[in-house]
Design a protein around this ligand. Sequence first.
Ligand code: KIV
Length: 261
Amino acid sequence: MARRTTIRDLHKSAQEGRKLSMVTAYDAFSARLVDEAGIDMALVGDSLGTTVQGRDNTLAVTLEHTLYHTEIVARCTRRAFVVADMPLGSYQCGENAAVANCIACIKAGAQGVKLEGGARVTRLVQRLTEAGVPVMGHLGFTPQSIHATSGPRLNKAAETLLADARALAAAGAFALVLEMVPAAVAREITAACPVPTIGIGAGPHCAGQVLVFFDMLGYSPEFSPKFLKRYMQFHEQALAALNQYRSEVEAGKFPGEEHSY
Ligand code: KIV
């Protein structure tokens, strides 16, 4: 029987040069698929605000939402390392409350938590590490600061990113997401950091890659940032299937005798 991936497994794979894969998961459907596909890590991303809740950004996601989805993803995976993405407000509320909120996500079934930010969260990362809570950092474009950055852009110099990455790793972070970081900078951080970097829009030199489940499967054809590769055209295929079903029902072609008891 498959056993749950550990941080040691992730670090060993990265040391051996095998790239790590991470995909977001939010519910039984996505969690089971991600797990069955052998993806290393399932991220219960706060992207659930846009993908599942239909909002414009991730800001309205609450700790309760994250706990609810983390519990489902943990229950519906056997092998993937599950990371709960701490939503805005759940770790900017004083260190004691932040530690309690992260521990709540571990109790919900996550193996680790992800926090956005560099220097401003390193003390917290250290406290969580001391408390036995594995932390994944997130540098570069940090969607929870979208108002401060005036949109999806990187507003930090390469030296600051490198210093932040080193500080997070020194504080105990087990991996770092690099979002929309120039490929050359991501390569430098990856070479300088003792923990795996997981890129999204950060070029080919990171130790691993993350994509949002719905984006990579082509749920929203209108969303096509440069970093995205679609591995199927779900929207078109699902729409065609639903249209066919509707017209067969309307025409009395489905259900037939063979579909009855
Ligand atoms: O919320 C999310 O899905 C993320 C990934 C894009 C890294 O933070």
